[in-house]
Design a protein around this ligand. Structure first.
Ligand code: AMP
Length: 624
């Protein structure tokens, strides 16, 4: 069996890890970073960019750069539009009412966009490991419902992965943090870009048991950014009378500056926000210059951070654990770097959170631990997860009848008997619901199906057994059986988060075709990176050479540099590589000449001039 990778498919960044020789290794992204921005962009030239390259061009291409796609996974357009996602690309509904993204006259479903991110990670893993990688464990917020989990799984399949498990993020974090031999209770407080999750876990003799989970699927650092953006726009309007909110390019610049300031304020007390030429009016260009203090930031987001308290207390309650009985509080997600968030955590759990984990990597690492368990590399762990939300069916009067309560350990199969509501009822409609509300309409509808051919009988006489089966990925199948005739109807809940099997197959083919294009694109990006490095080196060396050497020594390098600068922006990868290597050679040659001079008297610096070391004296050098 091949190796399986663990993937934390994050709202803002994604992180991937794998077990290698008993250790878990984070696989760096192609750009040399340990996480990859979960960003996909489409350019006017028809190119598709993923990761850092996509993020970097977001300012100049805001309408076609897709970020935070995770917030749209498996969601209805209606729910999303109520939320004011604050994104610069177009979100609309398709004929099924699902939220989709529109770019250059084409609709993309959220699983398709996520698949592009996963596909990039897959090819990166293959490069890194030097072998095909076809299996993965992908993490999701514990609070994701069935449809969102299915959508994530579909994304994995489109990208060419066999998804071995859809794993809850907090569970993954605990797997990365705990030794299986420990006996501990753990709280995982996960506040990322778009979601908040809280889980209470217990580890006993290598068995990880999730005791309770709760959270808020629409709360995270993006919301903090939005508050800062609102503040910047209103301050600017007050000062200059101009409304920046209708200019998408300005808005994207402000959004990035807001996030940067927020991150800086995790370590400093005041951050500058400077955006020159942000707008102009008849008086000329306007520059945005502001300063945001940590105190003001905290007052802007206080109510949002406080929203994490209620789910945390609910999870503690559900697990019947007092804060003092928690051994460690683990922080996950970029937003937990904020001192204000840490203070809230301390308030809730009456203790300081653990410091030894990297909140950006711990989930990816845990996913890789689970991948190594599933592929048989590791045998000392077992994972017992729970279902995050109550599952049931709608009954008479629009009331939800629970069948599997939230926080029930999975996998599980549970049944409940139902009967008819009127005399001679021959058809029953099974409406599957997920959520904590008593009335069906307050919960998420996961689908409906009908059981037909029930023999005519008095109301209350038929016996219809409805069974819910949840597998270890948290995915649900429902069946209804008439006890008299033995007739059975069943459904897999929205098997692919809104995508049909045919659609998935079509998208898998499309993704495969695009993989080649993506690889070519990546090679071009790598060549350009190498060119940038050579340009940088050449500039530095030329500066020194022009001071100390004759023109004929550096002229050729100067010409090579001018040419490389122009070639760098073309798509001719071979030429870029050739000119890069020629420039690098010349850089080495000219550097040698400078070194030679340096070792003689002409090029030596003044400080060196003052020291003269006697060749054969082992003692202190004499000063002249
Ligand atoms: P995640 O979804 O875990 O990748 O978290 C991403 C979120 O964390 C984004 O909203 C980031 O702006 C935020 N973030 C990352 N680093 C920091 C930091 N140093 N201080 C505050 N927020 C941060």
């Amino acid at each position: 069996m091949g190796r399986a990778v663990g993937i934390d498919l994050g709202t803002t960044n994604s992180c991937m890890a794998v077990a290698e020789g008993g250790e878990i290794v984070v696989i760096p992204s192609g750009e040399g970073q340990r996480v990859m921005p979960s960003v996909v962009a489409f350019t006017a030239k028809g190119e598709r960019l993923v990761g850092l390259v996509a993020k970097r061009q977001a300012i100049t291409n805001p309408r076609n750069t897709i970020w935070s796609i995770k917030r749209l996974m498996g969601r209805h357009f209606e729910e999303v539009s109520e939320e004011r996602m604050n994104v610069s690309y177009e979100v609309r509904d398709n004929e099924k009412g699902d939220a989709v993204v529109r770019v250059f006259d084409r609709d993309y479903t959220p699983p398709e966009i996520s698949a592009m991110i996963l596909q990039r990670l897959k090819s990166r893993a293959e490069e890194f490991l030097g072998e095909p990688v076809t299996e993965a464990v992908i993490t999701v917020p514990a609070y994701f419902n069935e449809v969102q989990r299915e959508a994530t799984k579909a994304a994995g399949r489109i990208a060419g992965f066999e998804v071995r498990r859809v794993l809850n993020e907090p569970t993954a974090a605990a797997l990365a943090f705990m030794e299986p031999t420990e006996r501990k209770r753990l709280a995982v407080y996960d506040l990322g870009g778009g979601t908040f999750d809280i889980s209470i876990l217990q580890v006993v003799n290598g068995v990880f048991e999730v005791m309770a989970t709760s959270g808020n699927t629409h709360l995270g650092g993006d919301d903090f950014d939005a508050r800062i953006v609102e503040w910047i726009i209103s301050e600017f309007k007050r000062e200059h009378g101009l409304d920046l909110s209708s200019d998408p390019v300005a808005l994207q610049r402000i959004r990035e500056a807001a996030e940067r300031a927020k991150c800086e304020l995790s370590t400093v007390l005041e951050a500058g926000i400077n955006l020159p030429f942000i707008a102009s009016d008849e008086e000329g260009p306007k520059h945005l210059e502001m300063s945001l203090t940590r105190g003001l930031l905290e007052s802007l987001i206080e109510d949002l951070v406080k929203l994490t308290r209620e789910p945390s207390e609910k999870a503690l309650n559900d697990a019947s654990v007092r804060p003092e009985e928690i051994d460690h509080v683990l922080l996950v997600g970029g937003s937990t770097r904020m001192p204000f968030v840490r203070k809230m955590v301390e308030d809730i759990f009456h203790q300081k959170p653990a410091h030894s984990v990297n909140p950006d990597e711990v989930v990816g690492i845990g996913a890789a631990v689970e991948a190594s368990v599933l592929t048989g590399q590791r045998k000392d762990l077992v994972l017992l997860d729970v279902t995050p939300l109550t599952l049931g069916v709608e009954t008479l009067g629009g009331v939800m009848a629970p069948i599997v309560e939230r926080n029930t350990p999975i996998p599980i199969k549970r049944s409940r008997m139902f009967t008819s509501a009127v005399d001679n009822q021959q058809v029953v409609s099974i409406h599957v619901l997920q959520g904590e509300r008593e009335l069906a309409e307050g919960n998420r509808s996961l689908g409906r199906f009908e059981l037909v051919g029930i023999p005519p009988a008095k109301r209350g006489a038929p016996r219809i057994e409805v069974s819910f089966e949840i597998d270890s990925n948290g995915l649900l199948s429902v069946s209804a059986k008439d006890a008299i005739t033995g007739r059975l109807q069943s459904m897999r809940v929205n098997p692919s988060g809104g995508l049909s099997e045919d659609e998935i197959h079509r998208l898998m083919k499309e993704a495969e075709a695009n993989a080649e294009i993506d690889k070519a694109r990546m090679r071009l990006v790598e060549s350009r990176n190498a060119a940038d490095q050579a340009i940088y080196d050449a500039q530095r060396v030329l500066e020194a050479a022009k001071k100390h050497l004759e023109k004929e020594s550096w002229e050729e390098l100067d010409t090579a540099l001018v040419s490389l600068r122009m070639t760098r922006d073309t798509t001719d990868r071979v030429r870029i590589a050739k000119e890069t290597s020629r420039t690098s050679e010349l850089v080495t040659q000219v550097s040698r000449l400078i070194e030679v001079l340096d070792s003689g008297s002409i090029g030596a610096s003044e400080e060196q001039d003052q020291l003269y070391v006697l060749e054969d004296s082992p003692e202190e050098p004499h000063e002249l």
